[in-house]
Design a binder for this molecule. Structure first.
Ligand SMILES: *Cc1c(COP(=O)(O)O)cnc(C)c1O
Length: 404
């Protein structure tokens, strides 16, 4: 297909796109093609005004009263309930706060403690072998602290590898490097059948595709809000705890905010019920309320429509790369072709690998922003709320020019 036809196809797809109007809700220059929303989502327009209001009015004039009057104290669970429909959770299952790393720690230790209460002989933690580094480091430490061994296993083989000695498994829903989507329903089912408690990392799926946590009986999940949820740099992460294990969740970080009566200032710890138990200390209110405002862009958005557009965008981008690019082996896609195995990004390997960084720099000069992952991987994230088909075509064309 010739370039002109791809430009026309892009225009027709944009015309038919039911999410098209959402882009105007973000701060994005028309000439920029931002394909790095899987590292840091773009800024929703209304956040700046809301943050100024929080600082000037709620903090500046309300001061200590704002913990109650402005709803600061209850914000972590209130915002958790806003994320809930995007990940298939009922209200009362999610709390926001801390980083993903910290929430993974709470979840892995919590999962192991529950598993061992049922069967003390479970002394092994499985971790996704291709995991994002922080997950691996945290899981190893959580295993060491709970007297378990850690064993890296490919996500797809988790259920087969799990056995009577396995306590918990930490799995990534979407591989951060390749963009491969793992089969959460089947892996969870297999692990549950082996009596293993599951912890899913949703950093690259929350806000990008439907996740059905309650329906599939996931025990724990955690994820970032600064990627596809556009919460802002370092925005608080979320922690999901299935209702069936909420009452048995023994957090390794039982800070005073997770106490049943924090203001009783009791010397004995009594955990709160429900999602509050996932808290640690005082929430970071400025970032938390910026996230709450950022989540308003999801009002009226159907996550199934987001998924449909994400797949159409990545399909189209791959088609444009095939047309404009130098072909294999100079540029090869690591991202699965099958829709059921693809997240919302396309990862291309450059050969030679040393070409990757300069290619990204040259792309940035042309207004196309992607990112680099070691060694030689170009990563392009597609955020259906603000990425257009025209963006995909422009990015692939610029990439072809740069690599050739
Ligand atoms: C982005 C990402 C993280 C980041 O964790 P932080 O604690 O927010 O730094 C963790 N895990 C995965 C899979 C990620 O993609």
């Amino acid at each position: 297909m010739a370039a002109g036809e791809l430009v026309e196809t892009a225009a027709a797809c944009d015309e038919a796109d039911e999410l098209r109007a959402k882009r105007a809700e973000f701060v994005l220059e028309p000439e920029t093609v931002y394909l790095d929303g899987n590292s840091l989502g773009a800024l929703p327009r209304s956040v700046a005004g809301r943050l100024a209001d929080v600082v000037e009015r709620e903090w500046g004039r309300g001061r200590i009263r704002s913990w109650g009057e402005a709803g600061w104290w209850t914000a972590p669970e209130r915002i958790g309930d806003r994320i809930a429909p995007l990940v298939g959770a009922a209200p009362g299952r999610i709390v926001v706060g801390d980083s993903t790393s910290v929430n993974l720690f709470k979840a892995v230790v919590g999962a192991v403690r529950i598993a061992r209460e049922e069967a003390p002989g479970r002394t092994e933690v499985l971790v996704d072998a291709a995991t994002f580094p922080t997950d691996g480091y945290i899981a190893a430490s959580a295993a060491r602290m709970t007297g378990c061994a850690i064993r890296p296993v490919a996500a797809a083989a988790m259920a087969e590898e799990a056995g009577p000695a396995t306590a918990a498994a930490l799995v990534n829903h979407v591989d951060y490097r390749t963009g491969e989507l793992h089969d959460l329903p089947a892996i969870t089912r297999g692990l549950r059948a082996a009596g293993v408690r599951t912890v899913w990392d949703l950093c690259h799926s929350a806000g990008a595709l439907p996740v059905e946590l309650d329906a599939h009986g996931v025990d724990f999940a955690a994820g970032c809000t600064y990627k596809f949820l556009n919460g802002g740099p370092g925005a608080p992460a979320f922690l999901y705890v299935n209702e069936a294990v909420q009452g048995r969740f023994d957090s390794p970080l039982p800070g005073w905010n997770s106490h049943a009566e924090p203001f009783a200032m009791a010397s004995d710890y009594t955990p709160a019920q429900g999602p509050v138990r996932g808290r640690v200390g005082t929430p970071d209110i400025l970032s938390t309320l910026a996230l709450e405002e950022a989540l308003r862009v999801w009002e009226g958005v159907d996550i199934a429509a987001v998924r449909a557009k994400s797949l159409a965008l990545t399909d189209f981008f791959l088609r444009c790369v095939a047309e404009y690019g130098p072909g294999e082996p100079r540029l090869r896609s690591l991202t699965p072709v099958a829709h059921e195995r693809r997240g919302s990004q396309v990862a291309l390997v450059c050969e030679p690998a040393e070409d990757a960084r300069p290619a990204l720099e040259a792309l940035a000069e042309r207004g196309v922003v992607g990112d680099f992952r070691h060694p030689g991987v170009l990563r392009f994230g597609f955020t259906p709320l603000y990425t257009s088909f025209r963006d995909a075509e422009r990015a692939a064309r610029a990439l072809g020019e740069v690599i050739r």
